[in-house]
Write a protein that binds this ligand. Structure first.
Ligand code: SF4
Length: 507
Protein backbone atom coordinates (compact mmCIF):
# COMPACT_ATOMS: atom_id res chain seq x y z
CA UNK A 1 0.00 0.00 0.00
CA UNK A 2 1.36 3.38 -1.00
CA UNK A 3 -0.11 6.67 0.16
CA UNK A 4 1.00 10.24 -0.44
CA UNK A 5 -0.20 13.22 1.54
CA UNK A 6 0.19 16.44 -0.38
CA UNK A 7 0.08 20.17 0.31
CA UNK A 8 -0.20 21.56 -3.25
CA UNK A 9 1.37 24.82 -4.47
CA UNK A 10 -0.81 27.96 -4.63
CA UNK A 11 -3.35 28.26 -7.44
CA UNK A 12 -2.31 30.61 -10.25
CA UNK A 13 -4.39 33.52 -9.01
CA UNK A 14 -2.82 33.35 -5.52
CA UNK A 15 0.78 32.85 -6.69
CA UNK A 16 1.91 36.12 -5.07
CA UNK A 17 0.58 35.33 -1.61
CA UNK A 18 2.98 35.95 1.30
CA UNK A 19 2.67 34.25 4.66
CA UNK A 20 3.48 36.61 7.48
CA UNK A 21 7.26 36.13 7.44
CA UNK A 22 10.31 37.06 5.45
CA UNK A 23 13.51 35.70 3.99
CA UNK A 24 13.08 31.98 4.48
CA UNK A 25 12.19 28.92 2.45
CA UNK A 26 8.65 27.56 3.03
CA UNK A 27 8.92 24.74 5.58
CA UNK A 28 7.21 21.40 5.07
CA UNK A 29 3.59 21.42 6.17
CA UNK A 30 3.05 19.97 9.63
CA UNK A 31 -0.63 19.00 9.26
CA UNK A 32 -0.03 16.31 6.66
CA UNK A 33 2.91 14.94 8.67
CA UNK A 34 0.61 14.53 11.70
CA UNK A 35 -1.85 12.50 9.60
CA UNK A 36 0.98 10.47 8.07
CA UNK A 37 2.32 9.64 11.55
CA UNK A 38 -1.11 8.40 12.68
CA UNK A 39 -1.48 6.32 9.51
CA UNK A 40 2.04 4.84 9.83
CA UNK A 41 1.33 3.87 13.44
CA UNK A 42 -1.65 1.79 12.27
CA UNK A 43 0.04 0.49 9.07
CA UNK A 44 3.73 0.07 9.89
CA UNK A 45 4.36 -1.78 6.61
CA UNK A 46 2.68 0.77 4.35
CA UNK A 47 4.73 3.31 2.40
CA UNK A 48 3.27 6.67 3.51
CA UNK A 49 5.07 9.89 2.66
CA UNK A 50 4.38 13.62 2.30
CA UNK A 51 4.92 16.19 -0.43
CA UNK A 52 4.90 19.86 0.52
CA UNK A 53 4.41 22.85 -1.76
CA UNK A 54 8.07 23.93 -2.08
CA UNK A 55 11.60 22.79 -2.73
CA UNK A 56 14.78 24.47 -1.52
CA UNK A 57 18.00 25.16 -3.34
CA UNK A 58 21.33 26.62 -2.22
CA UNK A 59 23.21 26.05 0.99
CA UNK A 60 24.57 29.50 1.79
CA UNK A 61 22.79 32.63 3.00
CA UNK A 62 23.20 34.23 -0.45
CA UNK A 63 21.65 31.48 -2.54
CA UNK A 64 19.32 29.64 -0.16
CA UNK A 65 15.95 30.05 -1.89
CA UNK A 66 12.73 28.22 -2.51
CA UNK A 67 10.56 27.60 -5.51
CA UNK A 68 7.07 26.20 -5.60
CA UNK A 69 6.58 22.76 -7.01
CA UNK A 70 4.34 22.57 -10.06
CA UNK A 71 1.19 20.49 -10.08
CA UNK A 72 2.74 18.29 -12.80
CA UNK A 73 5.76 17.67 -10.60
CA UNK A 74 3.46 16.57 -7.76
CA UNK A 75 1.47 14.34 -10.13
CA UNK A 76 4.68 12.60 -11.15
CA UNK A 77 5.65 12.02 -7.51
CA UNK A 78 2.23 10.50 -6.83
CA UNK A 79 2.17 8.29 -9.93
CA UNK A 80 2.62 5.05 -7.97
CA UNK A 81 0.36 5.92 -5.00
CA UNK A 82 -2.83 4.00 -4.27
CA UNK A 83 -4.26 6.78 -2.09
CA UNK A 84 -3.51 10.50 -2.40
CA UNK A 85 -4.65 12.84 0.38
CA UNK A 86 -4.63 16.52 -0.62
CA UNK A 87 -4.66 19.27 2.00
CA UNK A 88 -6.27 22.42 0.59
CA UNK A 89 -6.76 25.93 1.93
CA UNK A 90 -8.46 28.69 -0.05
CA UNK A 91 -5.24 29.64 -1.89
CA UNK A 92 -4.46 26.18 -3.29
CA UNK A 93 -7.93 24.69 -3.77
CA UNK A 94 -7.79 25.14 -7.54
CA UNK A 95 -4.34 23.47 -7.67
CA UNK A 96 -5.67 20.63 -5.53
CA UNK A 97 -8.54 20.06 -7.96
CA UNK A 98 -6.17 20.17 -10.94
CA UNK A 99 -4.02 17.60 -9.17
CA UNK A 100 -7.04 15.33 -8.60
CA UNK A 101 -8.00 15.42 -12.30
CA UNK A 102 -4.46 14.72 -13.47
CA UNK A 103 -4.08 11.80 -11.07
CA UNK A 104 -7.28 10.22 -12.37
CA UNK A 105 -6.02 10.63 -15.94
CA UNK A 106 -3.10 8.38 -15.00
CA UNK A 107 -5.14 5.83 -13.11
CA UNK A 108 -8.86 5.88 -12.40
CA UNK A 109 -8.28 3.39 -9.56
CA UNK A 110 -6.38 5.84 -7.38
CA UNK A 111 -8.38 7.13 -4.46
CA UNK A 112 -8.16 10.90 -4.12
CA UNK A 113 -9.25 12.56 -0.87
CA UNK A 114 -9.35 16.31 -0.29
CA UNK A 115 -9.30 17.76 3.22
CA UNK A 116 -8.50 20.78 5.45
CA UNK A 117 -9.88 24.33 5.69
CA UNK A 118 -10.47 24.83 1.95
CA UNK A 119 -13.16 22.14 1.80
CA UNK A 120 -14.25 21.48 5.37
CA UNK A 121 -17.34 23.66 5.03
CA UNK A 122 -20.24 21.32 4.09
CA UNK A 123 -21.38 23.62 1.28
CA UNK A 124 -17.98 23.57 -0.46
CA UNK A 125 -17.56 19.85 0.15
CA UNK A 126 -20.87 19.20 -1.61
CA UNK A 127 -20.02 21.47 -4.54
CA UNK A 128 -16.62 19.85 -5.02
CA UNK A 129 -18.07 16.34 -4.99
CA UNK A 130 -20.91 17.37 -7.33
CA UNK A 131 -18.64 19.13 -9.83
CA UNK A 132 -15.43 17.09 -9.63
CA UNK A 133 -15.81 13.34 -10.08
CA UNK A 134 -12.00 13.12 -9.87
CA UNK A 135 -12.34 13.69 -6.11
CA UNK A 136 -13.53 10.51 -4.38
CA UNK A 137 -13.93 11.79 -0.83
CA UNK A 138 -13.65 14.87 1.30
CA UNK A 139 -12.39 14.72 4.87
CA UNK A 140 -13.83 17.37 7.14
CA UNK A 141 -12.47 18.43 10.50
CA UNK A 142 -10.04 15.99 12.10
CA UNK A 143 -8.61 13.74 9.38
CA UNK A 144 -6.71 11.22 11.52
CA UNK A 145 -9.34 8.49 11.70
CA UNK A 146 -10.59 9.36 8.24
CA UNK A 147 -7.32 8.58 6.49
CA UNK A 148 -6.92 5.40 8.53
CA UNK A 149 -10.46 4.29 7.57
CA UNK A 150 -9.74 4.91 3.88
CA UNK A 151 -6.45 3.02 4.01
CA UNK A 152 -8.18 0.12 5.75
CA UNK A 153 -10.68 0.04 2.89
CA UNK A 154 -13.71 0.52 5.15
CA UNK A 155 -16.98 1.43 3.47
CA UNK A 156 -17.46 5.22 3.50
CA UNK A 157 -20.48 4.94 5.81
CA UNK A 158 -18.20 3.56 8.54
CA UNK A 159 -15.53 6.26 8.24
CA UNK A 160 -15.80 9.27 10.56
CA UNK A 161 -15.60 12.83 9.24
CA UNK A 162 -16.11 11.94 5.58
CA UNK A 163 -18.17 13.27 2.68
CA UNK A 164 -18.83 10.66 -0.01
CA UNK A 165 -21.26 9.88 -2.83
CA UNK A 166 -23.94 7.23 -3.05
CA UNK A 167 -25.52 7.00 -6.52
CA UNK A 168 -24.30 10.52 -7.22
CA UNK A 169 -25.83 11.89 -4.02
CA UNK A 170 -23.43 13.51 -1.53
CA UNK A 171 -23.62 12.00 1.95
CA UNK A 172 -21.91 12.86 5.21
CA UNK A 173 -20.49 10.28 7.62
CA UNK A 174 -20.53 10.49 11.42
CA UNK A 175 -18.68 13.40 12.97
CA UNK A 176 -16.02 12.45 15.54
CA UNK A 177 -13.18 14.60 16.88
CA UNK A 178 -9.80 12.91 17.29
CA UNK A 179 -8.33 12.88 20.78
CA UNK A 180 -5.21 15.06 20.58
CA UNK A 181 -3.53 12.95 23.25
CA UNK A 182 -3.55 9.99 20.87
CA UNK A 183 -1.40 11.75 18.32
CA UNK A 184 1.94 9.97 17.95
CA UNK A 185 5.17 11.95 17.73
CA UNK A 186 5.84 13.21 14.24
CA UNK A 187 8.68 14.83 12.29
CA UNK A 188 9.55 15.75 8.72
CA UNK A 189 11.73 12.79 7.82
CA UNK A 190 9.00 11.40 5.55
CA UNK A 191 8.53 14.61 3.56
CA UNK A 192 10.19 14.52 0.14
CA UNK A 193 13.35 16.65 -0.07
CA UNK A 194 12.98 17.71 3.55
CA UNK A 195 16.72 17.80 4.27
CA UNK A 196 17.50 20.77 1.99
CA UNK A 197 14.62 22.80 3.42
CA UNK A 198 15.35 21.97 7.04
CA UNK A 199 18.96 23.10 6.68
CA UNK A 200 17.68 26.67 7.10
CA UNK A 201 15.59 25.78 10.17
CA UNK A 202 18.12 23.60 12.00
CA UNK A 203 19.71 25.63 14.79
CA UNK A 204 22.78 23.37 14.61
CA UNK A 205 23.73 24.35 11.04
CA UNK A 206 25.96 27.19 9.89
CA UNK A 207 23.27 28.30 7.41
CA UNK A 208 20.80 28.86 10.26
CA UNK A 209 23.09 31.40 11.91
CA UNK A 210 23.99 33.09 8.60
CA UNK A 211 20.35 33.54 7.58
CA UNK A 212 19.37 35.13 10.84
CA UNK A 213 22.35 37.46 10.80
CA UNK A 214 21.31 38.61 7.33
CA UNK A 215 17.75 39.42 8.35
CA UNK A 216 18.58 41.67 11.28
CA UNK A 217 18.32 38.91 13.87
CA UNK A 218 14.71 38.32 12.88
CA UNK A 219 12.83 35.58 14.60
CA UNK A 220 10.91 33.62 12.04
CA UNK A 221 8.56 31.02 13.52
CA UNK A 222 7.15 29.01 10.66
CA UNK A 223 7.29 25.39 11.72
CA UNK A 224 3.69 24.74 12.72
CA UNK A 225 2.94 22.96 16.01
CA UNK A 226 -0.35 22.64 17.84
CA UNK A 227 -1.40 22.45 21.48
CA UNK A 228 -5.17 22.85 21.12
CA UNK A 229 -7.87 22.83 18.46
CA UNK A 230 -10.88 25.11 18.22
CA UNK A 231 -11.36 28.73 19.17
CA UNK A 232 -12.58 29.93 22.57
CA UNK A 233 -13.88 33.15 21.08
CA UNK A 234 -15.97 31.24 18.52
CA UNK A 235 -17.10 28.81 21.22
CA UNK A 236 -18.22 31.50 23.66
CA UNK A 237 -19.22 34.44 21.45
CA UNK A 238 -19.68 32.95 17.96
CA UNK A 239 -17.18 33.14 15.09
CA UNK A 240 -15.89 36.42 13.64
CA UNK A 241 -17.63 37.44 10.40
CA UNK A 242 -14.59 36.63 8.24
CA UNK A 243 -13.62 33.38 9.99
CA UNK A 244 -13.47 30.07 8.16
CA UNK A 245 -12.76 28.11 11.31
CA UNK A 246 -15.76 25.88 11.80
CA UNK A 247 -14.44 24.63 15.12
CA UNK A 248 -16.56 26.04 17.86
CA UNK A 249 -15.59 23.26 20.29
CA UNK A 250 -12.17 23.43 21.84
CA UNK A 251 -9.87 20.57 22.76
CA UNK A 252 -6.46 20.55 24.38
CA UNK A 253 -3.71 17.95 24.59
CA UNK A 254 -1.77 17.50 27.81
CA UNK A 255 0.85 20.23 28.04
CA UNK A 256 3.48 17.58 28.88
CA UNK A 257 2.67 15.86 25.62
CA UNK A 258 3.06 19.12 23.70
CA UNK A 259 6.55 19.66 25.13
CA UNK A 260 7.41 16.03 24.36
CA UNK A 261 6.62 16.73 20.70
CA UNK A 262 8.75 19.88 20.74
CA UNK A 263 11.62 17.90 22.28
CA UNK A 264 11.27 15.33 19.49
CA UNK A 265 11.39 17.99 16.75
CA UNK A 266 14.42 19.55 18.42
CA UNK A 267 16.34 16.30 18.66
CA UNK A 268 15.38 15.23 15.10
CA UNK A 269 15.77 18.51 13.22
CA UNK A 270 17.35 20.99 15.66
CA UNK A 271 14.26 23.23 15.43
CA UNK A 272 14.18 26.03 18.01
CA UNK A 273 11.72 28.42 16.29
CA UNK A 274 8.07 27.43 16.06
CA UNK A 275 4.71 28.74 15.05
CA UNK A 276 2.16 27.71 17.66
CA UNK A 277 -0.77 27.70 15.26
CA UNK A 278 -3.68 27.27 17.70
CA UNK A 279 -6.58 29.56 16.76
CA UNK A 280 -5.88 31.61 19.90
CA UNK A 281 -2.80 30.40 21.76
CA UNK A 282 -2.54 33.31 24.18
CA UNK A 283 -5.27 32.62 26.72
CA UNK A 284 -4.59 32.62 30.44
CA UNK A 285 -5.42 28.91 31.02
CA UNK A 286 -3.29 27.73 28.07
CA UNK A 287 -0.33 29.88 29.02
CA UNK A 288 -0.50 28.65 32.62
CA UNK A 289 -0.61 24.99 31.56
CA UNK A 290 2.25 25.39 29.08
CA UNK A 291 4.38 27.35 31.50
CA UNK A 292 3.98 24.81 34.33
CA UNK A 293 4.75 21.85 32.09
CA UNK A 294 7.72 23.53 30.47
CA UNK A 295 9.40 23.96 33.86
CA UNK A 296 9.35 20.19 34.33
CA UNK A 297 10.49 19.29 30.80
CA UNK A 298 14.11 18.87 29.83
CA UNK A 299 14.39 21.25 26.88
CA UNK A 300 16.89 23.78 25.53
CA UNK A 301 16.48 27.35 26.82
CA UNK A 302 16.44 28.95 23.39
CA UNK A 303 13.04 27.69 22.18
CA UNK A 304 10.99 30.50 20.66
CA UNK A 305 7.42 30.69 19.46
CA UNK A 306 5.20 32.88 17.37
CA UNK A 307 1.53 32.55 18.30
CA UNK A 308 -1.90 34.07 17.76
CA UNK A 309 -3.31 36.43 20.34
CA UNK A 310 -6.77 37.96 20.49
CA UNK A 311 -6.53 41.52 21.80
CA UNK A 312 -9.72 41.52 23.96
CA UNK A 313 -8.38 38.56 25.99
CA UNK A 314 -5.62 40.81 27.34
CA UNK A 315 -7.99 42.38 29.85
CA UNK A 316 -6.68 44.96 32.38
CA UNK A 317 -6.92 42.25 35.09
CA UNK A 318 -5.08 39.52 33.15
CA UNK A 319 -2.73 41.37 30.83
CA UNK A 320 0.32 41.61 33.13
CA UNK A 321 0.12 37.95 34.10
CA UNK A 322 -0.38 36.86 30.48
CA UNK A 323 2.64 38.81 29.28
CA UNK A 324 4.77 37.28 32.05
CA UNK A 325 3.59 33.81 31.04
CA UNK A 326 4.30 34.49 27.35
CA UNK A 327 7.95 34.85 28.36
CA UNK A 328 7.95 31.70 30.45
CA UNK A 329 6.50 29.68 27.59
CA UNK A 330 8.89 31.24 25.06
CA UNK A 331 6.31 33.16 22.98
CA UNK A 332 8.32 36.16 21.88
CA UNK A 333 6.28 37.06 18.84
CA UNK A 334 2.54 37.64 18.89
CA UNK A 335 0.33 37.76 15.81
CA UNK A 336 -2.23 40.08 17.33
CA UNK A 337 -5.69 39.84 15.77
CA UNK A 338 -6.57 43.54 15.41
CA UNK A 339 -7.88 43.75 11.82
CA UNK A 340 -9.34 47.24 12.28
CA UNK A 341 -8.93 50.12 14.73
CA UNK A 342 -12.57 51.15 14.51
CA UNK A 343 -14.90 49.76 17.23
CA UNK A 344 -17.88 50.00 14.83
CA UNK A 345 -16.18 47.91 12.15
CA UNK A 346 -14.99 45.40 14.73
CA UNK A 347 -18.45 44.96 16.20
CA UNK A 348 -19.87 44.46 12.68
CA UNK A 349 -17.30 41.68 12.31
CA UNK A 350 -18.83 40.12 15.40
CA UNK A 351 -15.93 41.03 17.64
CA UNK A 352 -15.93 43.01 20.84
CA UNK A 353 -16.02 46.72 20.05
CA UNK A 354 -12.48 47.54 21.14
CA UNK A 355 -10.59 50.36 19.48
CA UNK A 356 -7.35 52.35 19.34
CA UNK A 357 -6.90 53.22 23.05
CA UNK A 358 -7.06 49.56 24.16
CA UNK A 359 -4.88 48.41 21.27
CA UNK A 360 -2.28 51.12 21.91
CA UNK A 361 -2.13 50.21 25.63
CA UNK A 362 -1.70 46.53 24.90
CA UNK A 363 0.97 47.00 22.23
CA UNK A 364 2.74 49.43 24.58
CA UNK A 365 2.87 46.77 27.33
CA UNK A 366 4.02 44.07 24.91
CA UNK A 367 6.73 46.39 23.56
CA UNK A 368 7.97 47.25 27.05
CA UNK A 369 8.19 43.55 27.80
CA UNK A 370 10.11 42.81 24.60
CA UNK A 371 7.37 40.85 22.84
CA UNK A 372 7.42 41.45 19.08
CA UNK A 373 4.06 42.08 17.45
CA UNK A 374 2.72 41.22 14.01
CA UNK A 375 -0.17 43.53 13.23
CA UNK A 376 -2.74 42.25 10.71
CA UNK A 377 -5.14 44.79 9.18
CA UNK A 378 -8.04 44.03 6.86
CA UNK A 379 -9.28 46.69 4.45
CA UNK A 380 -12.88 46.74 3.22
CA UNK A 381 -14.70 44.96 6.02
CA UNK A 382 -18.45 45.50 6.53
CA UNK A 383 -19.07 48.87 8.16
CA UNK A 384 -16.13 50.72 6.56
CA UNK A 385 -16.86 54.35 5.72
CA UNK A 386 -14.82 57.36 4.66
CA UNK A 387 -14.54 58.16 8.35
CA UNK A 388 -13.24 54.70 9.39
CA UNK A 389 -10.73 54.68 6.52
CA UNK A 390 -9.30 58.01 7.65
CA UNK A 391 -9.37 56.87 11.28
CA UNK A 392 -7.52 53.65 10.45
CA UNK A 393 -4.83 55.47 8.47
CA UNK A 394 -4.35 57.90 11.35
CA UNK A 395 -4.22 55.11 13.98
CA UNK A 396 -1.74 53.08 11.95
CA UNK A 397 0.52 56.10 11.60
CA UNK A 398 0.34 56.83 15.34
CA UNK A 399 0.92 53.28 16.49
CA UNK A 400 3.84 52.71 14.11
CA UNK A 401 5.35 56.03 15.13
CA UNK A 402 5.36 54.82 18.74
CA UNK A 403 6.15 51.15 18.38
CA UNK A 404 7.57 50.15 14.95
CA UNK A 405 10.93 48.35 15.02
CA UNK A 406 13.10 47.50 12.05
CA UNK A 407 14.83 44.71 13.93
CA UNK A 408 13.29 41.75 15.65
CA UNK A 409 13.64 40.64 19.24
CA UNK A 410 13.52 44.04 20.97
CA UNK A 411 9.73 44.26 21.35
CA UNK A 412 7.51 46.41 19.12
CA UNK A 413 5.65 46.10 15.84
CA UNK A 414 7.94 44.20 13.48
CA UNK A 415 5.47 43.42 10.75
CA UNK A 416 2.18 44.66 9.32
CA UNK A 417 0.04 42.38 7.17
CA UNK A 418 -2.37 44.34 4.99
CA UNK A 419 -5.09 42.33 3.29
CA UNK A 420 -8.27 43.00 1.40
CA UNK A 421 -11.37 41.74 3.21
CA UNK A 422 -12.43 38.43 1.70
CA UNK A 423 -15.88 36.97 2.38
CA UNK A 424 -14.45 33.46 2.13
CA UNK A 425 -16.89 30.65 1.51
CA UNK A 426 -18.08 29.24 4.81
CA UNK A 427 -17.69 32.49 6.76
CA UNK A 428 -20.72 34.20 8.33
CA UNK A 429 -20.00 37.17 6.02
CA UNK A 430 -20.21 34.96 2.93
CA UNK A 431 -23.34 33.19 4.14
CA UNK A 432 -25.03 36.53 4.62
CA UNK A 433 -24.15 37.56 1.05
CA UNK A 434 -25.08 34.25 -0.53
CA UNK A 435 -28.65 34.56 0.79
CA UNK A 436 -29.20 37.96 -0.84
CA UNK A 437 -30.89 37.85 -4.25
CA UNK A 438 -29.41 41.17 -5.41
CA UNK A 439 -25.91 39.93 -4.56
CA UNK A 440 -26.55 36.73 -6.50
CA UNK A 441 -27.69 38.69 -9.57
CA UNK A 442 -24.76 41.13 -9.33
CA UNK A 443 -22.28 38.26 -9.05
CA UNK A 444 -23.78 36.39 -12.00
CA UNK A 445 -23.70 39.51 -14.17
CA UNK A 446 -20.08 40.30 -13.30
CA UNK A 447 -18.55 36.82 -13.40
CA UNK A 448 -20.92 34.75 -15.54
CA UNK A 449 -21.06 32.19 -12.70
CA UNK A 450 -23.93 31.58 -10.27
CA UNK A 451 -22.49 32.39 -6.84
CA UNK A 452 -23.98 29.28 -5.23
CA UNK A 453 -22.12 27.04 -7.71
CA UNK A 454 -18.78 28.86 -7.71
CA UNK A 455 -16.34 26.75 -5.69
CA UNK A 456 -13.57 29.35 -5.77
CA UNK A 457 -15.44 32.69 -5.89
CA UNK A 458 -14.10 36.02 -7.09
CA UNK A 459 -13.75 37.74 -3.72
CA UNK A 460 -13.18 41.20 -5.14
CA UNK A 461 -16.61 41.04 -6.79
CA UNK A 462 -18.15 39.67 -3.62
CA UNK A 463 -16.66 42.45 -1.50
CA UNK A 464 -18.06 44.96 -3.96
CA UNK A 465 -21.49 43.31 -3.80
CA UNK A 466 -21.31 43.37 -0.02
CA UNK A 467 -20.64 47.12 -0.06
CA UNK A 468 -23.46 47.87 -2.49
CA UNK A 469 -26.27 45.64 -1.27
CA UNK A 470 -25.70 44.28 2.22
CA UNK A 471 -23.23 46.31 4.25
CA UNK A 472 -23.12 49.75 2.62
CA UNK A 473 -19.67 51.30 3.00
CA UNK A 474 -20.16 54.61 1.27
CA UNK A 475 -16.73 54.13 -0.33
CA UNK A 476 -15.96 52.93 -3.84
CA UNK A 477 -13.70 49.97 -4.70
CA UNK A 478 -11.21 52.51 -6.11
CA UNK A 479 -11.23 54.40 -2.79
CA UNK A 480 -10.51 51.13 -0.95
CA UNK A 481 -7.61 50.50 -3.29
CA UNK A 482 -6.25 54.01 -2.71
CA UNK A 483 -6.62 53.51 1.03
CA UNK A 484 -4.74 50.22 0.81
CA UNK A 485 -1.89 51.99 -1.00
CA UNK A 486 -1.95 54.78 1.56
CA UNK A 487 -1.60 52.25 4.41
CA UNK A 488 1.32 50.60 2.56
CA UNK A 489 3.06 53.96 2.28
CA UNK A 490 2.56 54.64 5.99
CA UNK A 491 4.11 51.25 6.79
CA UNK A 492 7.07 51.99 4.54
CA UNK A 493 7.86 55.12 6.54
CA UNK A 494 8.52 52.97 9.62
CA UNK A 495 9.33 49.43 8.43
CA UNK A 496 11.49 47.70 5.84
CA UNK A 497 9.59 46.50 2.72
CA UNK A 498 10.15 42.88 3.84
CA UNK A 499 8.22 43.65 7.02
CA UNK A 500 5.02 44.38 5.11
CA UNK A 501 2.92 41.48 3.86
CA UNK A 502 -0.62 40.25 3.44
CA UNK A 503 -2.80 39.35 0.50
CA UNK A 504 -2.64 41.51 -2.59
CA UNK A 505 -5.52 43.91 -2.80
CA UNK A 506 -7.29 44.48 -6.09
CA UNK A 507 -9.94 47.14 -6.66
S1 SF4 B 1 -11.13 34.74 13.38
FE1 SF4 B 1 -9.83 33.88 15.01
S2 SF4 B 1 -10.71 34.72 16.89
FE2 SF4 B 1 -12.27 34.98 15.33
S3 SF4 B 1 -13.56 33.14 15.53
FE3 SF4 B 1 -12.02 32.73 13.96
S4 SF4 B 1 -10.35 31.69 15.01
FE4 SF4 B 1 -11.62 32.69 16.56
Amino acid sequence: MKAKLVFPPPSKKYGGITWGTEDLVNPPQSGIEVLAAVARQRFPDADISCISDSVASGMSAEDYAFSYRTVDDVVESCADADVVGVSVWFHNLESGLELAWKLKEIDLGKRVVLGSYGVSNPLIARLVLEQHPAVDYIARGDGEETIVGILRGFSPQQIPNLFYRVDGKVMMGPSRPFNLNRRPRWDFTHTQNYAAIMEGYDSRTRLFGELRKGSGGSFIGRIGVQFTTGCEKAEQEGPCAYCTSQRTTTQSMLAERFWGQIGHLYSTHGITEYFLCDDIAATLPKLRALSEARKKASLPDNLQFRAYGYAPYFTPEDSTEMIRLLHEVGIINLFLGIENFSPEVNSKSHKRAYGYPEIADLIGSLTENKVDVFLPLIVGMPGESEETLRYNADCLDRILDRHAKKTYGEGGIVRVDLSGGMPLRGTPWYNNLARDREVQEFYLKKTGMPLQKDIDPDYTTLREASAIYVEPMGVSPQRLNDHFNELSKICLRYLRPQQIGGFDFQP
